[in-house]
Design a protein around this ligand. Structure first.
Ligand code: TRP
Ligand code: SF4
Length: 337
């Protein structure tokens, strides 16, 4: 039986944080252990440039940072193919072919793109670039270059997969049924982790994230600044763990019995917030220790990281060439065959 190809990826615009750890990384670690799956992870540098075209150093640096994050959490290059998007020219070619199959109005209606454009007023002003508006087309090419069958995504990415499915259907209806494979989105079961400040989203721009690469001191400092129950001033004030981000993170990093004690003592006014935070920081530091250690290893062995990226990209390229042959045959672009 053919294995199902799984496509996931990240824009390399920053290191990965504990939101990724409980979300997409956890899903990918589970998927790579499933013998029915053939997972590919793309480091989407071309997509990162669509909103960072003026900052190529940032994208370049983060390609390796993100690769090291993957390896540090246990993404195994023998089970998962990690590759760099810009090194697959077939994807860029497909993007151009697909651009005829999608209207500008349809791209402007894509809810994900719409939201992002609104957030990027500073970069784009009143008029968005062709490249950014069109990134769903390039993402459709990412997925179909590898005949991706399943695409594990968060809710915010779902419209991109829907757009990819439409492009595939349109392509097949014109150039031949069954040429391209229509992918399915698999919605992630893991919930999104809130930021240290209580914001629904954890992210670099919000300054509320703990990174997998943060040092012990950085973790402690960040936990100390987390938002607690604002009505609690003295230790014997009765607290409400439901409105405290420290309690929220205890739920993620602290053993169940201990979480119960945290909540009981907080409600009874028998627990100081400083001690509570120190306990949490110690638990986060412990949980992330093996990741930090692996990261330290790869940071001092950059040639191993490069080798993994080169081999992954070569493997991806072989698959991409096969798809491109099929596509060009179907589109009658095979002049001298
Ligand atoms: N859009 C994704 C993100 O911002 C990254 C991405 C690019 C991707 N191409 C993809 C994800 C293909 C899944 C499949 O994180
Ligand atoms: Fe939050 Fe702990 Fe303080 Fe209670 S004691 S408010 S759970 S930090």
């Amino acid at each position: 039986m053919d294995k199902k190809r799984i496509l996931t990826g990240d824009r390399p615009t920053g290191r990965l944080h504990i939101g990724h750890y409980f979300g997409s990384l956890k899903t990918r670690l589970e998927m790579q252990e499933n013998p029915e799956y053939d997972p590919f992870i793309l480091i989407a540098d071309v997509q990162a440039l669509t909103d960072n075209f003026n900052n190529p150093e940032k994208v370049r640096k983060n390609v390796r940072e993100v690769a090291i994050d993957y390896l540090s959490v246990g993404i195994d290059p023998n089970k998962t193919t990690i590759y760099i998007q810009s090194m697959i020219p077939e994807t860029a070619e497909l993007t151009i072919f697909y651009s005829n199959l999608v209207t500008i109005a349809r791209l402007q209606r894509n809810p994900t793109v719409k939201t992002e454009i609104a957030q990027k007023k500073e970069l784009f002003g009143e008029s968005v670039t062709y490249g950014f508006l069109g990134y769903p087309v390039s993402q459709a090419a990412d997925i179909t270059t590898f005949e991706g069958e399943l695409v594990p995504v968060g809710e915010d990415q779902e419209p991109l997969i829907e757009q990819c499915r439409e492009i595939v259907r349109k392509f097949n209806s014109i150039y031949g049924e069954g040429i391209l494979k229509e992918p399915k989105a698999v919605l992630s079961k893991s919930k999104r982790i809130k930021g240290l400040d209580g914001n629904e989203k954890m992210g670099k721009s919000l300054g509320n994230a703990i990174y997998l690469s943060d040092s012990e001191e950085e973790i402690t400092k960040k936990v100390m600044s987390a938002v607690t129950d604002p009505n609690r001033i003295k230790k014997d004030d009765l607290g409400n763990p439901d409105v405290c981000m420290v309690a929220y993170y205890h739920n993620l990093f602290t053993a169940k019995e201990d979480v119960k004690t945290v909540c009981e003592e907080c409600k009874a006014g028998k627990r100081g917030c400083v001690a509570c935070k120190k306990q949490l920081a110690a638990n986060i530091i412990e949980e992330l220790r093996p990741i930090r250690e692996k990261r330290a290893y790869y940071e001092t062995h950059p040639e191993e990281v490069d080798k993994i990226l080169i081999e992954g990209t070569e493997k991806a390229r072989t698959v991409a060439k096969e798809t491109m042959k099929k596509v060009k045959d179907a589109m009658m672009l095979n002049y001298f065959d």
